[in-house]
Ligand binder design. Structure first.
Ligand code: UDP
Ligand code: MG
Length: 324
């Protein structure tokens, strides 16, 4: 490992704890104290990898000093603020542990849950995600919008994204190796965690309110995050034109038939209007349909450009016949 963390590579690192940090100086000392208290009691050899995501407060200096003090601490310092999703990707590229726990620095994800995550990992699960039982200190609106978002994306996407889970989770070695292969720019991590597959299980916990400092996510950011999730994970919006266009074209077609029948039977008192209207509607419908067809192709291109591996295998058992 090249980063200057001085982590204990001589010993096999069992657990890496990955912490994205953006302006968290108010909570870092308390966070690190609580985290190491838990880890010291439950894992023989661990590393704590902090990813400094372009903090502008004293976080970086504090972390650098911590690296000198504590040989189990590693630091990845990003060149600017890239956002939590990229910070996590950077961390996953550098961790060395047999398992990795991703945890927020603000103590909303209590480190005391980690032993329970480890238990399920020992039981053979690759993706042990922590599920919030209650959300303290969050507004009614935030809870409602979160619930609505999970429902929507659950409908639209083919992989099951577990609700009420954040990024707080444990990943096995092979799950981390799978995630490392997903190099897309628009990273909707909750979706990616689910997309790689592998046996997963939930561990329930009570989410605490943020200990100090401010949340880095306001409603505008959350809204963009939701759009990011939907557009980077599904091509449903592209398909909307197809169905809408089909509906309009069908209605227009029925109207045209009705107008012809009516004109033949009763004559045409307001000359031109009904036929004009149905032709306009019909053409509009056909145009939307064509846009939808274009959307289908663009959607396929979009999926291809992500360059994801086609699949991951859990194991491959070869036949015992002689090799040719
Ligand atoms: N974070 C980050 N980069 C960012 C924003 C946040 O690394 O651009 C980190 C932050 O330091 C914290 C975690 O991501 O450890 C979660 O952030 P926050 O608590 O602000 O989000 P919330 O819990 O409100 O969703
Ligand atoms: Mg938080």
């Amino acid at each position: 490992m090249e980063s200057g963390g001085g982590s204990t590579t001589a010993q096999r690192v069992v657990l890496s704890v990955l912490v994205p940090v953006y302006n968290e100086i108010d909570v870092l000392p308390e966070f690190h104290r609580r985290l190491t208290a838990v880890l010291g009691a439950c894992v023989p050899a661990y590393e704590v990898m902090y990813v400094n995501d372009g903090s502008t407060d004293g976080s970086l200096a504090w972390l650098e000093a911590l690296c000198d003090r504590d040989p189990a601490v590693a630091l990845v310092d990003l060149s600017r603020n890239f956002g939590k999703e990229i910070a996590m990707a950077a961390g996953l590229d550098h961790v060395v542990g047999e398992a990795v726990v991703v945890i927020d620095a603000d103590l909303q994800d209590p480190p005391e849950v980690i032993p329970r995550l480890l238990e399920q990992w020992h039981a053979g699960y690759d993706n042990v995600f922590a599920r919030r039982r209650r959300r303290e200190g969050e507004t009614w609106l935030k809870k409602a919008s979160a619930a609505w978002f999970y429902k929507l994306i659950g409908r639209l996407s083919r992989v099951d994204i577990p609700r009420d889970t954040g990024d707080f989770r444990l990943l096995s070695r092979r799950a981390v190796q799978a995630l490392r292969q997903l190099r897309e720019q628009h990273r909707f991590m909750k979706g990616l965690f689910a997309w790689i597959g592998y046996p997963s299980i939930a561990v329930e916990y009570d989410r605490d309110p943020r200990m100090a400092g401010q949340t880095k996510f306001n409603y505008w950011k959350l809204w963009n995050f939701a759009i990011e999730g939907i557009t980077s994970f599904t091509i449903a919006p592209l398909k909307m034109a197809t169905y809408f266009g089909l509906a309009v074209a069908l209605v227009a077609f029925v109207a045209i038939v009705a107008i012809i029948v009516k004109t033949v039977l009763f004559g045409d008192p307001v000359k031109g209007y009904p036929s004009l209207m149905s032709v306009v509607l019909f053409l509009g419908g056909i145009q939307l349909l064509a846009l939808g067809a274009l959307g289908e192709y663009i959607g396929r291109m979009f999926n291809e450009t992500k360059g994801r591996p086609l699949y991951f295998t859990k194991q491959v058992i070869p036949s015992h016949r002689g090799h040719g």
